[in-house]
Write a protein that binds this ligand. Structure first.
Ligand code: UD1
Length: 421
């Protein structure tokens, strides 16, 4: 398995072009299933999760053409299976997002349960309960969720938790339902909004976009559409955090600053100077000491859980004490034990990570555990003295396009080694 080797400490400088948002690209790729007419998507990031999604769609019969500008055209006129198999779902939980479109258009979906979870408990209960409310018959058989419905019916669906993919799945199910669906306590993330805009350009009737109540008037059929994916606010935040931990000045280009308000505010509190233009953000941390910042993760527009690990590294190097509280996911401090091995002073108490900033981190071999945790280890390695080897970069490739190339262009000493090296 590949690993990244970083010689630190690094000073970064320059511009980094931010890619399209993974978490918008995945549901929008799946949403093309809702029409037999082709759709064309631009600004799709080149990532392992996107490849997995394209494999999943191709396995069902989607014809996929990539043009010279890297736009992807998807033709779903000949879908012959309605199944997301275990082999693909186990590598990417977002595969569950085919369920809404398949059920809505074909009246049938078979989706492997994401590993390690039982129906009715945590991860997909909102998706399932919502589709049941729309009249679907849903059962679990041999590890698969099997959903059927003649035609879904609009319903009022109060969701007990704010869930991004849950909102997206139900929105995709509702666009072709008979009658009106009201999704209450909906997620407002920019990626959910991007999906809603794409669906509306296919002819859907969704209102309340960007609020916690989505009203979806079902239509008989949808057409194809042309759409560009929004910029990845988490990737942008990650590069800006890299500038912060290395005392550098970096400009993220092709970004949407309006999607990053809570994160930008925390960068300011951490002592960074920010220059914000229309599609560019420059973070300057040269000769400015990092200040500790308390963080509580929460659904949009508050501070995103996907930026928590990166800010923990900033706090690990900031003079003083800070508390990062994770309210969305259990077990999202797996990077802490690796950061301790690099000399950080962090204590985990329940869902809180308490840091006492240290002067410096020391390079070490570390293991990437999940997507954002992996990114945080790279940041730590860039700031640390000596050599850091980030093992199992598989996770990083799921969500960051060409990460070592982008850091390399900013001046970092980072190389990828494959198993044979
Ligand atoms: C999405 C993002 C992920 C991000 C997360 C939170 C994608 C592909 N992934 O994940 O990067 O970290 O939002 O912003 O967009 N829950 C339930 N029942 C459900 C569904 C969720 O209880 O049926 C709970 C989860 O356990 C969690 C919370 O809701 O505690 C939020 O999870 P959710 O928003 O669903 O995360 P994802 O959509 O999987």
């Amino acid at each position: 398995m590949d690993r990244l080797v970083i010689q630190g400490p690094n000073r970064l400088e320059g511009e980094v072009r931010i890619s399209g948002a993974k978490n918008a690209a995945l549901p929008i790729l799946m949403a093309t299933l809702l029409s037999e007419e082709p759709s064309r998507l631009g600004n799709i990031p080149h990532l392992r999760d996107v490849t997995t999604t394209l494999q999943l769609l191709a396995s069902m019969g989607t014809r996929i053409v990539v043009d010279e500008k890297l736009n992807i055209e998807l033709d779903n006129s000949d879908i012959h299976t309605r199944e997301a198999p275990y082999e693909l779902v186990k590598t990417m939980r977002a595969s569950i997002l085919v369920m809404g479109p398949l059920l809505a258009r074909f009246g049938e979906a078979r989706v492997s349960l994401p590993g390690g979870c039982a129906i009715g408990s945590r991860p997909v209960d909102v998706h399932i309960d919502g589709m049941k409310k729309m009249g679907a018959d849903i059962r679990v058989e041999r590890g698969y969720i099997i959903a059927r419905a003649e035609r879904l019916r609009g319903a009022r669906i109060p969701m007990h938790v704010v869930t991004v993919t849950g909102t997206e799945n139900l929105m995709m199910a509702a666009v072709l339902a008979e009658g009106t669906t009201v999704l209450e306590n909906a997620a407002c993330e920019p990626e959910v909004q991007d999906l809603a805009h794409f669906l509306n350009s296919m002819g859907a009737k969704i209102s309340g976009i960007g609020t916690s109540t989505l009203v979806i008037e079902g239509v008989e059929r949808l057409s194809g559409a042309v759409h560009d994916i929004i910029p990845d606010r988490i990737e942008a935040g990650t590069y800006l955090a890299a500038a912060a931990v290395t005392g550098s000045r970096v400009t993220a280009t092709h970004v949407e600053p309006a999607h990053m308000t809570a994160v930008l505010e925390k960068f300011r509190q951490a002592g960074a100077e920010l220059e914000i233009e229309r599609n560019r953000i420059t973070l300057d941390m040269r000769d400015r000491p990092l200040k500790p910042v308390d963080i509580v993760t929460a659904p949009y527009p508050l501070f995103p859980t996907d930026m928590q690990a990166q800010f923990l590294v900033m706090n690990a190097l900031a003079k003083g004490r800070a508390v990062v509280e994770e309210t969305l996911f259990e077990n999202r401090f797996m990077h802490v034990s690796e950061l301790l091995r690099m000399g950080a002073d962090i204590t985990v108490q329940g869902n809180k990570a308490i840091t006492n900033g240290v002067e410096r981190l020391i390079g070490a071999p570390v293991m990437a555990t999940d997507l954002r945790a992996s990114a945080s280890l790279i940041l730590a390695g860039l700031a640390a003295e000596g050599e850091t080897v980030v093992n199992r970069v598989y996770h990083i490739d799921r969500g960051y396009e060409c990460i070592e190339e982008k850091f390399h262009k900013l001046g970092a000493d980072i190389v990828r080694l494959t198993d044979s090296q």
